[in-house]
Design a protein around this ligand. Structure first.
Ligand code: FES
Length: 255
C-alpha cells in the first residue's frame, strides 16, 4: 500500500509549514497582481495617449493599422483591445495556479486539502469556463506581439535617422520578455507540435519535433516570464509617462 495513502493531508498552510513565513509568497502575489490590474486599468482609461516620439506605451501600441488609421485609440476601443492580454493572462495555466493559491486559498498549495472539497466543477461553469478560450487569446496575442515589434522598430527611428535612446532599449527588453512569455505558453507548444501524434509521419515532422523539444525546455520558466513581462509592461508605460511629464530626460544618440 502506498505510504501517501496513510498520510493525512494537512488542512492549512500553517499546519503544512509550521514555523515558516508561508504567507509571504501568496501575500506578495496578491499585492503585485492587484497593483498591476489597478495600474493597467487606470492607464487604459486615463484618456491620455501615452506616446512620446518615437516611443509608444505597450498599452497604446500601434494597434490601429501601424498608425495609418486616424481614429481615436482611447475611448471605447482601447479597453476592448485590452481584453486580449487580459484574457491571455487571466486564462494562463500559470496564473490560474497562482491566483487559486493566493487569492482563493483553494488550496494554497498542492499538498494541502481543498477548502471546498466536492464543490469545484472545473471549467464547466462560469466564469472558469472562459479559461477554455485560452488558445484563442493566444492566437490574438501573437498578432499583438507583431504590433509591439513594429513599435520597437519605430522606437529606433527618429526623424528619419537611426537612433538609440534609453526608451528604445526599454521597449526592446519589454517585447523580448513578452515574447518569451507568449512563446513558452502551453497552448503555443501544442500549436507547434504537441498536436502531432507521430513526428515521423507528419509533414516537416523533424522541424515540428525540434520546435516542440525547444519549447519543452523553455516551458518550465513560463511562470518566471509571466512575472518579468508583467513588470516590464507596467515599467515601460511608467517610463514613457515620466518622459512625457518632463520628470526625466533620457540619454539619446542620433546617427
Ligand atoms: S500564456 Fe500561460 S499557459 Fe498560455
Amino acid at each position: 500500500m502506498a505510504v501517501e495513502a496513510l498520510t493525512p493531508r494537512p488542512s492549512s498552510a500553517k499546519e503544512a509549514s509550521p514555523g515558516r513565513a508561508w504567507w509571504i509568497e501568496p501575500a506578495l502575489t496578491v499585492i503585485c497582481y492587484s497593483a498591476f490590474v489597478i495600474y493597467a486599468t487606470w492607464s487604459v482609461f486615463d484618456q491620455v495617449n501615452v506616446v512620446y516620439a518615437p516611443y509608444v506605451s505597450p498599452f497604446f501600441s500601434t494597434w490601429l493599422g501601424f498608425g495609418l488609421l486616424k481614429i481615436p485609440i482611447i475611448g471605447i476601443l482601447l479597453p476592448i483591445l485590452a481584453v486580449i492580454p487580459l484574457g491571455l493572462r487571466g486564462s494562463c495555466y500559470y496564473y490560474r495556479k497562482s491566483y487559486f493559491r493566493s487569492f482563493f486559498w483553494d488550496p494554497p498549495a498542492c499538498a494541502i486539502q481543498e477548502l471546498k472539497r466536492g464543490r469545484y466543477r472545473g471549467e464547466t461553469r462560469f466564469p472558469w469556463v472562459l479559461n477554455n478560450y485560452h488558445r484563442y487569446f493566444l492566437l490574438l496575442s501573437l498578432v499583438v506581439i507583431v504590433f509591439l515589434w513594429v513599435d520597437v522598430v519605430r522606437a529606433f527611428i527618429y526623424q528619419g535617422h537611426f537612433f538609440v535612446g534609453l526608451g528604445s532599449l526599454v521597449m526592446l527588453v519589454n517585447v523580448i520578455l513578452l515574447g518569451l512569455y507568449t512563446f513558452t505558453c502551453h497552448s503555443f507548444r501544442y500549436l507547434m507540435g504537441g498536436r502531432i501524434d507521430r513526428f515521423s509521419k507528419a509533414r516537416a515532422g523533424g522541424l515540428w519535433q525540434r520546435a516542440t523539444m525547444t519549447l519543452n525546455r523553455l516551458n518550465p520558466q513560463h511562470g518566471a516570464w509571466a512575472w518579468y513581462s508583467m513588470f516590464s509592461v507596467a515599467l515601460t508605460d511608467v517610463y514613457i509617462r515620466l518622459l512625457m511629464a518632463g520628470v526625466i530626460h533620457e540619454p539619446r544618440v542620433i546617427f
